[in-house]
Each structure stands twice: as structure tokens, then as C-alpha cells.
Design a protein around this ligand. Structure first.
Ligand SMILES: Nc1ncnc2c1ncn2[C@@H]1O[C@H](COP(=O)(O)OP(=O)(O)OP(=O)(O)O)[C@@H](O)[C@H]1O
Ligand SMILES: [Mg+2]
Length: 213
């Protein structure tokens, strides 16, 4: 049985994470890997119910700390019921957002104490950190243009202003800079195919490492 691999997609809004996660899942399946494509918040029945509470309603429905705790309740359920069983079975888990989004959205942009978030990471995720995190980077101009084009249905996060998106971008860049062994920065201001080729190169390198460990 092959070793499981846990891959996460991170970054601000509209960088193409969901598009690329789908492409990667197909490419992995074509290469005979068993793949679980999942997302946060959500990815298990309980976490999907929490997702609806988190993404619907007014932008100030939850305080950043309440939001963090709901995200972590959802994350624990997702890990226990979806991610860990798949990894144990040797599958590749492709997850659209994970704990870096909590650091960036609720922490850096929302003002939640990074110490509180770090304690939750330890308690809830512990040693099950992602093997590879693809951090999508996009100028805020492009983020706002794509959001306007889409007319965004799940508007709670996207209705926030330019300064919010600048803080998010800086936070994700900082995560990638501080954790180079886990993170690969993906320039998202390029055509879909150029991005998926860069992602495949990073994933192949991680798969080779997983076989050796
Ligand atoms: N490389 C690209 N160049 C231009 N447009 C793109 C590219 N990739 C995706 N898009 C378009 O940008 C929009 C956002 O893409 P997608 O939903 O994949 O991003 P996302 O990072 O998952 O966004 P969110 O954070 O809101 O979930 C979609 O309309 C998609 O078609
Ligand atoms: Mg998405």
C-alpha cells in the first residue's frame, strides 16, 4: 500500500484554488492514485452543516474568535471522519483550504491572537499537518476584479474591503516564507494550464518523498 499524502490549497479569494484542486484530483486519478477531493470549512456531514453557519449571513454575524472556534470544530470533524481515514488507507487527500486560512482570515485579518490559533492547531491537528501546501498568490487588483465578475454567492468574506485582502495576501506570503518545507508558492496570475503544470511538479516531488519515508 502506498503512503497517504495530504495536500492543501491555500490563498485569498479567486486565485483558482477550487479550479486547480479539481484538475489535480483528475491528474492524480489518471496516474492511478486514489484521491479524496475535499474542502474547508466542510468535508464531512457535520462540518458541512457548520459551513452553512459560517458562510451565510451578515459579514459580522460571528466575531473573529467565535468564527475561529467554529472553524476548528468543523476541522476536527473533517479530520476524524474524512482526512485521517483516507490517509490511513494510503489515499491522496486534496483539500481546498485548511488551517492556514484560519491563520490568515481569523488571525492576521481578523485580529485573533496567534497564540490562541497556534494552541488550537496543536490540540486539533497536532502531527497531522499537511505534507504539501500550495499557496496561491494574486495581486489584490485581480482578486477584486474576479470577485466582481463572479458576483459571489457566498458573500460573507468577499464583501470585505481592499485592506482586508491586502492583509490576507501578506499573511499567506508570510506563511509560505516561514514554512518552506511544507509550502510552495504558486503565482496565480497566469493561465490555468501554466498553474496546473507548476502544481504537478510540486506534487510529484512530494509523492517521491512520501515513497521514501
Ligand atoms: N488562472 C486563471 N486565470 C483567470 N481566471 C481564473 C484562473 N483560474 C480560475 N479562474 C477564474 O477565477 C474565478 C475563481 O476561481 P476559483 O473558484 O477556482 O478560485 P478559488 O481560489 O477557489 O476562489 P475562492 O477563494 O473564492 O473559493 C473563477 O471564475 C474561475 O473561472
Ligand atoms: Mg474556491
Amino acid at each position: 500500500m502506498s503512503a497517504g499524502l495530504f495536500i492543501t490549497f491555500e490563498g485569498g479569494e479567486g486565485g483558482g484554488k477550487s479550479t486547480q484542486a479539481r484538475i489535480l484530483a483528475e491528474r492524480l486519478r489518471a496516474a492511478d492514485h486514489e484521491v479524496v477531493l475535499t474542502r474547508e470549512p466542510g468535508g464531512s456531514p457535520g462540518a458541512e452543516a457548520l459551513r452553512n453557519l459560517l458562510l451565510e449571513g451578515d459579514a459580522d454575524r460571528w466575531s473573529p474568535l467565535s468564527e475561529t472556534l467554529l472553524m476548528y470544530a468543523a476541522r476536527r470533524d473533517h479530520l476524524e471522519r474524512t482526512i485521517l481515514p483516507a490517509l490511513t488507507a494510503g489515499k491522496v487527500v486534496v483539500c481546498d483550504r485548511f488551517y492556514d486560512s484560519t491563520r490568515a482570515y481569523q488571525g492576521a485579518a481578523g485580529g485573533v491572537d496567534p497564540g490562541v490559533i497556534a494552541a488550537l492547531e496543536d490540540a486539533v491537528v497536532g502531527r497531522h499537518a499537511p505534507d504539501l501546501t500550495l499557496v496561491f498568490d494574486l495581486p489584490v487588483e485581480t482578486v477584486l476584479a474576479r470577485a466582481a465578475e463572479r458576483g459571489a454567492a457566498e458573500a460573507r468574506f468577499e464583501s470585505k474591503g481592499r485592506a482586508f485582502h491586502e492583509r490576507l495576501r501578506a499573511a499567506f506570503l508570510e506563511i509560505a516564507r516561514r514554512e518552506p518545507a511544507r509550502c510552495v508558492l504558486i503565482d496565480a496570475d497566469r493561465p490555468v494550464e501554466a498553474m496546473s503544470d507548476a502544481i504537478w511538479t510540486a506534487v510529484e516531488a512530494s509523492l517521491s518523498k512520501a515513497i521514501l519515508r
